[in-house]
Design a binder for this molecule. Structure first.
Ligand code: TXA
Ligand code: MG
Length: 321
């Protein structure tokens, strides 16, 4: 068994990657479990370490749009325009895969997911190496994504040699995944870039394709995901629990409900700021999951902007299968 070192040395991170290891990588969204995307063994290790099924493809990370051409091609100028406007940033593009990317990275799909992360250490590291980094979120499959190096250490510290510490993730939600089909821009996962932002840039409506188990375009978007070990239940004014005692926890957007007596709560943003709420979301869920309680109650946010992406995670956390 290894015990990961948490550090800030880009040279060390590069050395581990060059030698075929997986490392913890900070990005602005969540921490990734990163390895050389062009080598089979490190990519297989990613799947093994995460306990991730091989039908769930990986995102590759590059230092700039200018590097994309070697590994993938844009379907059209529309998606390219979007990529130019929003990269680096919390958005991933499904592009036509070139031969150089091993099939195992894309689980055999013809499209490869590409993202330019907006994190200074990640970008610097990507500029130091001459291969893309395949990196899913650095959590065991199905569990809550990590937004700090400690989160990564707690779950994968015994399986990887190094975690690059880039502080707490600024965005706190995974990237938005977009692609293009028949000239239409589609969103496959809501994330750090809102639908409203994308539609404003394009000047047109986009299509939602937030599949669960049945859509082959993004097989990883299973209904149950981002799940704490405890039971999670969504509550609202029409579905209010009869007991809110110390055996339950509550994840609240901005304030505690009247009559709430439990000490076990986490408030996402007192100011009702959705950016702050997104940044705190996964820490809040992890905190509540660590308490001696039977159940976590959660409430949904107003369904606009980042609130919509947060609600997507909350609903998946509460899904029963
Ligand atoms: O913010 C993020 O995107 C983070 C950071 C580390 O970059 N990464 C991340 O990766 O969230 P992961 O593997 O946890 O989620 C990637 C999602 C999966 O649901 C996967 O199914 C989908 O992207 N995906 C990857 N490649 C795909 C492809 N070729 N076609 C369709 N969906 C794809
Ligand atoms: Mg993930």
């Amino acid at each position: 068994m290894i015990n990961a070192e948490i550090g800030i040395s880009l040279n060390k991170a590069k050395e581990f990657l060059d030698n075929g290891n997986c490392i913890g990588l900070p990005t602005e969204t969540v921490y990734g479990l990163a390895a050389n995307a062009l080598e089979i063994k490190p990519v297989l290790d990613i799947f093994r370490i995460k306990n991730r099924p091989d039908y769930d493809p990986l995102i590759i990370h590059l230092p700039s749009i200018a590097n994309i051409n070697t590994y993938a091609s844009f379907e059209s100028d529309k998606l390219k325009y979007l990529a130019e406007k929003l990269s680096p940033g919390p958005i991933t593009f499904l592009l036509n895969k070139k031969e150089i990317i091993p099939d195992i990275v894309t689980s055999g799909l013809q499209k490869v997911a590409v993202r330019i992360p907006n994190h200074p250490m990640a970008l610097e590291l990507l500029n130091m190496i001459d291969y893309p980094l395949a990196a899913p979120s650095a959590n065991p499959f199905g569990y809550i994504s990590p937004t700090s190096s400690k989160h990564v250490f707690d779950q994968l510290g015994s399986k990887i040699p190094y975690i690059l510490n880039g502080g707490d993730c600024e965005v706190g939600l995974e990237s938005t995944i977009v692609g293009e089909e028949n000239g239409k821009i589609k969103i496959y996962r809501k994330g750090g870039i809102t639908t409203e932002q994308i539609e404003k840039i394009l000047g047109e409506k986009v299509i939602m394709n937030l599949h669960s188990d049945s859509n082959p375009a993004a097989p990883g978007m299973l209904k149950k995901h981002y799940s704490p070990n405890k039971t999670v239940e969504i509550i609202n004014e029409f579905n209010w629990p009869t007991t809110l005692n110390n055996k339950v926890g509550y994840l609240s957007f901005s304030h505690l409900p009247e009559g709430f007596t439990s000490e076990n709560y986490y408030i996402l943003s007192k100011e009702r700021n959705t950016e702050e709420a997104a940044k705190n979301l996964f820490s809040g869920l992890r905190y509540l999951d660590s308490l001696d309680i039977d159940k976590i109650y959660i409430e949904l946010l107003p369904e606009t902007g980042l609130g919509s992406a947060i609600n997507d995670r909350l609903k998946r956390a509460a899904a029963s299968d």
